[in-house]
Design a protein around this ligand. Sequence first.
Ligand code: ATP
Length: 372
Amino acid sequence: MSGVTLKKLNKTYSPGSKDAFHAVKGIDLEIRDKEFMVLVGPSGCGKSTTLRMIAGLEEVTGGDLYIGDTRMNDVLPKHRGIAMVFQNYALYPHMTVADNMAFGLKLRKTPKDEIKRRVDEAGEILGLTSMLGRKPKALSGGQRQRVALGRAIVRQPDVFLFDEPLSNLDAKMRVQMRAEISKLHASLDATMIYVTHDQTEAMTMGDRICVMKDGKIMQVDEPINIYQKPADMFTAGFIGLPQMNFLHGSVVEADGGLCFAGSNSQPLRIPLNERLSQIAQAHLGKPLVLGMRPEHFTRCADDDAAAISTHVEMGEPLGAESFIHLLTPAGDKLVVRLAGIVQSGIGQALYVKPNLDEAHLFEGETELRLGE
Ligand code: ATP
């Protein structure tokens, strides 16, 4: 069993000095045996620091770190049963692909024929068999990253750690390697912890995603749950592209029902459906934020009861879909995602309505999502 458990894990860089920096703030996280867990968040949120503490490359300054049932805080990296794959590959330029992969095993005095067997096997899994005799400079970026993966595979670790392994690759290669790492996870049946700031990688690769911000965990859940039921505005805004639209305002009574009124001078008024009305009941008049994903809008007629009147600020036709940036007369900005190529001139009037079955209400002050 090689789950990884973090209990009130803390990292302060340069503790006690004037440069002290609290990078990881007492996080609790249980990564299950054989799980693919993605740590995601903006630059500086502490995800690499967390991974490096698990690897033993950074000292833990508070709390406990377990791999399986063993407390690892003070165990040397080489005895933790982990292998790490870095963004910059970290290959030895003067060694062949095979020697790069074999290096760690040689240090451990693994028998030669066992090394050869494992290197050949990893080469086969990664499609590197014909390149085992080449030096890294004769490989593409994607091939180099495969060698770095191979070096991790031959160690047969209980836990693989990945620190933004695809950031140096071009977009096409990233998509390909993403699929390869996911396949690798399925075939190796190992625990994998993967750090990225790329929410597409998080959504497509993770069994679960751990969203981090400012050294803290905001939400841990399966990708679809994170997308459909974000715990707070930060997570809602971070996961999803283009990001969720947020309208600030409050819920007020109007025409015998409830409607969301934007807080700008000529407020938008959006009549609420039953679900959102129920959620808003206890928060009437208080600052709230209505969150609507770009794909949950449709074009509508100007006399539709739910129509939002807007003008086009910019259109981004992508082929299969178009992102249209809109501005309401009150100055609220919206981005909507419409199917197909939508021709829209700047300044053109456009009426859209949100699908409120998919919308969220957040508390203005705490930024937490209300309701189930
Ligand atoms: P990125 O995606 O940019 O790598 P990250 O979420 O992985 O970001 P970390 O590298 O874990 O973030 O860094 C977290 C915070 O700790 C940052 O503010 C960073 O400046 C700080 N930090 C990292 N390493 C050190 C160090 N050796 N000394 C002092 N502060 C550090």
